[in-house]
Design a protein around this ligand. Structure first.
Ligand SMILES: [Zn+2]
Length: 319
């Protein structure tokens, strides 16, 4: 009988603290031994020379089978989780989006039905609150108790956004019950003004999507959310942080000791506003919110990740 189920030989092992050549032995689905030149009986052996060997990644921001703008995002829990596994991601946390009039418990059930018997990797859910009422606020503690401790609130978008007082109430509730609020942080009024202005001027090309949602709008909303969290001493998580203006707010709060966390996404680390200038309709492929930013934002985001000023990268996968 082989002692180990799997022996992975000669890979370049990447951990949170180190990168080194080595072998990994697996038993009962768990890493049992890491060492050099392991010569052990195993049921199967993988030659990993020339390959990286790293823990399964967790993508904490995905949108599978998400209704949006009259259609549904193209990856469901089968195709999306297969794609994730191919890239080394073994867990996703998808956003269960509340439908109008739905309770949060119903929202979670809806997403469980989408994922059941389809996902090929582990998954969990954040609850994205889109129809906030006093009843929904009152439901949040029970959701935390039931295993859904993270909520996303929108500071922009007609019909979805919450005002500062409601955001503050949600922060207090999650703090008291051990949950965490995350926010889509952009200033609604700046964007509303600029969108109307550009449309009135006949400027509808893809780049005006970006120009109507400037970094200042994200920086302002991020700073406001951070200040509300500071006021009530609640932790806060900023999703899809894209620019220096927002980064500065997070870094300043962290340096004061506040538990503010944020995630940049690969698109903000690797692509830039220049993509909107591509010929014809090509620029439209990059329409997202927040939009891609001028290139000079990339290096500060990378540096912040390296220094734990930003804690996470996540994809916001929503093709
Ligand atoms: Zn998202």
């Amino acid at each position: 009988m082989a002692d180990y189920d799997l022996l992975i030989k000669g890979g370049t092992i990447v951990t949170a603290g180190d990168i080194y050549a080595g072998d990994v032995a697996v038993k009962d689905g768990k890493v049992a031994l890491i060492g050099k030149e392991l010569d052990l009986p195993a049921r199967s052996v993988i030659d990993a020379r020339g390959k990286y060997l790293l823990p399964g990644a967790i993508d904490v921001h995905t949108h599978l089978e998400m209704p949006f703008g009259g259609t549904v995002s193209s990856d469901d829990f089968t195709t999306g989780t297969i794609a994730a596994a191919c890239g080394g991601t073994t867990t996703i946390v998808d956003f269960a989006i509340q439908g109008k009039g739905q309770t949060l418990a119903e929202t979670a059930r809806t997403w469980h039905q989408k994922a059941e018997n389809k996902a090929v990797i582990d998954y969990g859910f954040h609850i994205a609150v889109t129809d906030m009422t006093d009843d929904i606020l009152a439901e949040m503690p029970q959701m935390i108790a039931d295993g859904y401790p993270t909520f996303k609130l929108f500071m922009t978008y007609d019909g979805l956004r919450v005002n500062d007082d409601v955001l503050m109430k949600a922060l207090i509730l999650t703090k008291e019950h051990g949950g965490l609020v995350s926010v889509h942080a952009e200033n609604y009024y700046i964007i509303d003004y600029l969108v109307k202005k550009f449309l009135a001027e006949g400027r509808g090309e893809p780049k005006y999507h970006a120009l109507s949602r400037p970094p200042l709008a994200e920086g302002e909303a991020t700073g406001r959310a951070v200040k509300l969290a500071k006021l009530v001493e609640a932790p806060l998580y900023i999703v899809h942080l894209s620019c220096q203006e927002a980064l500065a707010e997070v870094v300043a709060a962290r340096e004061e000791g506040y538990p503010v966390m944020a995630e940049p996404c690969p698109q903000y680390l690797l692509l830039s506003y220049d993509n909107y200038e591509e010929e014809g309709f090509a620029g439209a492929k990059y329409v997202m919110s927040p939009p891609l930013r001028p290139k000079e934002n990339q290096a500060p985001l990378w540096q912040a990740l390296a220094k734990n000023r930003l804690q996470v990268t996540a994809t916001d996968h929503c093709p």
